[in-house]
Design a protein around this ligand. Structure first.
Ligand code: NCD
Length: 312
């Protein structure tokens, strides 16, 4: 019999997920996609309040968690650090306990410091989900990327996925490499030496120095933004040079029309991606966003089940 709960009642890292967990989540995604398209209503989060605690800017991740919560009959509350008592010196842990005292059971946390979701999880018995912490991890993005790949090809094992651009500062890259490798994909990096993780040999992945070599090798190219807010200056010689060596253009894509292109957003057009490229049918950036809501619905629903199962 298939198990109905996840191995952990929280999600801080892609490493918290087993292959069985991922399969369970993907089954649930398919269930929600199908029944939602028929107009079904869901009540998996009935009685649950979800705090969306975003200490860093976000469009896609915050809105998709908010919509996912609402579609499951839960109540999302938005917590904004700049208008909270954190500005009056209240600590993060005090803030957590204050919100907890109002009967909030799920915390979705984004923070510029790596490790904040873990710190909060260690100080609560409620559900904590990492929505991106510093340069560390962004596991729900990796889940929705993997789901998009799985749905497009019908499988993930043995596919070649090359992550291109600013890998050093990317939590998306880190979660993706963990999850994709777990699911049996071959992962490679492509970017200037200054934007590769310092100890990239520990990942044991092929490195490509130009996007043309990466395109020749890959089934999937995952583009990343230059994350200037986390970057010391001078890591790329010029944006034009970066774009020439690592940017995706229509011309490059036309060489291999079956190549799938992903990007977690936000896109900086004219740098890692030319304006016209998203019109190409194998560029799945909008599809990723759509999948993001269903993946977060599946995750929230399963985490609540897991939490309730453990509380019995
Ligand atoms: C990413 C993030 O915030 O980590 N975006 C996202 O969540 N979809 C990537 C980025 O900031 O470039």
């Amino acid at each position: 019999m298939q198990k109905e709960v996840l191995s952990k009642p929280y999600l801080l890292s892609a490493d918290d997920l087993t292959v069985e967990d991922v399969n369970l989540i993907f089954d649930r995604v398919r269930y929600f996609e199908y029944h939602y398209s028929l107009g079904a209503k869901f009540n998996d989060l009935d009685g649950y309040t979800v705090a969306l605690a975003f200490f860093e800017p976000s469009t896609r991740t915050r809105i998709s968690f908010e919509i996912a919560t609402q579609r499951l009959g839960g109540k999302p509350i938005l917590f904004s650090s700049s208008t909270s008592s954190l500005t009056k010196g209240e600590s993060l842990i005090d803030t957590l306990h204050t919100i907890e005292a109002m009967d909030v059971q799920i915390f979705v946390v984004r923070h510029s410091a790596s490790g904040v979701p873990l710190l909060l999880q260690r100080n609560t018995n409620k559900i904590v989900i990492n929505a991106g912490d510093g340069k560390h991890e962004h596991p729900t993005q990796a889940l929705l990327d993997a789901y998009t790949i799985q749905k497009h090809f019908g499988y993930i094992k043995d596919l070649k996925v090359c992550i291109v651009g600013d890998i050093l500062h990317s939590r998306v890259a880190r979660s993706n490499i963990i999850l994709l490798k777990k699911l049996g994909a071959n992962v490679a990096f492509c970017g200037p030496g200054t934007l590769l993780p310092r100890h990239h040999s520990q990942w044991n992945v092929p490195i490509f120095r130009t996007i043309d070599e990466a395109i020749d090798w890959a089934d999937v190219i995952m583009l990343l933004r230059l994350q200037n807010e986390r970057m010391d200056s001078g890591l790329v010689p010029s944006l034009a040079e970066f774009s020439r060596l690592y940017g995706m253009s229509l011309e490059r894509l036309s060489r291999k029309p079956e190549l799938v292109v992903l990007h977690p957003g936000p896109v900086n057009y004219g740098i890692e991606l030319q304006y016209e490229v998203p019109t190409f049918p194998t560029v799945l950036i909008q599809t990723q966003v759509t999948h993001g809501v269903f993946v977060r619905m599946a995750l929230l629903s399963l985490l609540v089940k897991t939490y309730e199962f453990r509380a019995r």
